[in-house]
Ligand binder design. Sequence first.
Ligand code: HEM
Length: 136
Amino acid sequence: EGDNAEPATPSPSLYERLGGLMPISVVVSDFLDVLVVDDELNHNPAIDAARKRVPAAYLKYRVTSMVCQVTGGDCEYRGRAMRETHQHLNITEKEWDRMIALFKQVLAKHQVPEQETAELLDIMASTKADIVISKS
Ligand code: HEM
């Protein structure tokens, strides 16, 4: 064993550092509550039509199970892929930026620390290429 050996115990998962499923589900719920009524996003007719058709409670369940899974929690995301579920929405870069701004506000409101906020934003960013399709 040299100086570069892996530590015997892995650092707590992001899931654990966020406090587990209870706070994660509350943050996701608050985020979806501000997202689905946002005038700037609903100005896009495809987004507006989809949010009228798809219940917020369903999206909260899907997004919570996804965040739980990718942060290391004991959940399995069983929803559809991000490209498949977002390509018809014609989401622009500007709409993406708006969504990120709202997400940051919700994380700040819940006092999610800087490190955990950065990790959640990295996870979000990893989905961007599948979600932002429109060039205008
Ligand atoms: C501007 C950004 C986004 C907008 C406006 C948006 C909006 C929507 C809408 C309207 C739906 C329902 C689509 C339909 O069934 O017709 C949906 C589904 C979904 N979105 Fe997003 N979304 C955005 C970004 C994201 C991101 C970044 C994630 C996760 C990292 C995400 C996770 C999901 C999931 C898990 C579903 C459900 C998939 C399924 O039904 O199986 N979304 N989104």
